[in-house]
Design a protein around this ligand. Structure first.
Ligand code: NAD
Length: 259
């Protein structure tokens, strides 16, 4: 299926690996000129080379922390007229609510709420003027099923989801949509590291720990970053212009609730 976005420009944040990288790769495979950001210049450059080699599309890089004002300014300078924006950053640390200090909240809000909002504020007006825009914010499935260690992640991302909701309805008249993708159980480096730590904590061999976990999932497997990236690319397609203000789980049925 031709997604109708060949030649469009995309800014994809925190994309040297994992979900951000997969979104950038899927967009590039559909002919989008992608600019990717990430904190480590070397791994970002390697990722850009690999995506460019696979897609035949030029991939620009902007090293820097997207949670910082300087990082965002550099990203916006490199891609001031993005048609597609995928917001992303590392998730906040796990911690029980009572242990959290204001500084923890400020850091989580900066990375997972204020940074995406600032990028949307900067890019959405130009998208509306040009009559095309697709904004996808990567959040987390756990907004719908919070647990004891996730106050920072759920708080910041639920705030983001609420804050963009009116804008997402307002922009659609100019063919600019805003949606969020809520991942869970997509096997990336972050999950690999998390499982290693959990296995050690449980005193279990990492491989059998992961296998037990996987076999308890509805799909009996983890999701792949490629599946996530392809779904993101569809949300950024010309055909998805009537989908806005939606918050979509990509979790292989892990969430048990009805809505
Ligand atoms: P990952 O650790 O595999 O990749 C994250 C990427 O973002 C890395 O390249 C990292 O260098 C980069 N990055 C992190 N913080 C950054 C920053 N401030 N500025 C620039 N680059 C930054 O993680 P992932 O699994 O791809 O997760 C991406 C996001 O999705 C995270 O916020 C995570 O909390 C969320 N998430 C993922 C899952 C999942 O199933 N993988 C589940 C729930 C939530």
């Amino acid at each position: 299926m031709d997604l109708g976005i060949r030649g469009r420009k995309a800014l994809v944040c925190a994309a040297s690996r994992g979900l951000g990288r997969a979104c950038a790769a899927a967009l590039a495979a559909d002919g989008v000129e992608v600019t990717i950001t990430g904190r480590d210049a070397d791994s970002l450059a390697r990722t850009a080379d690999e995506i460019a080699a696979a897609s035949g599309q030029p991939v620009a890089i902007v090293p820097g922390d997207i949670a910082s004002e300087e990082g965002r300014a550099a990203a916006l300078e490199a891609c001031p007229d993005a048609d597609i924006l995928v917001t992303n950053a590392g998730g906040p640390p796990l911690a029980r609510f009572e242990t959290l200090q204001d500084a923890d909240w400020h850091a989580a809000l900066e990375a997972n709420m204020l940074s995406p909002l600032a990028l949307i504020r900067a890019l959405q007006p130009g998208m509306r003027q040009r009559g095309f825009g697709r904004i996808v914010a990567i959040t987390t499935a756990l907004i719908k099923s919070p647990s004891e260690l996730l106050s920072l992640s759920v708080g910041a991302r639920a705030g983001l989801t609420g804050a963009i909701s009116w804008l997402a309805r307002e922009g659609v008249v100019d063919n600019v949509t805003i949606n969020t993708l809520m991942p869970e159980m997509i096997f990336t480096d972050r999950m690999r590291t998390g499982f290693a730590a959990m296995a050690e904590h449980a005193g279990q061999d990492p491989e059998s720990f992961v296998a037990d976990f996987r076999n308890a999932l509805p799909a009996r497997r983890f999701g792949t970053p490629e599946e996530f990236g392809a779904f993101c690319a569809f949300l950024c397609s010309a055909q998805a212009g009537y989908v806005t203000n939606q918050h979509i789980l990509v979790d292989g049925g892990h969430y048990q609730g009805l809505f």
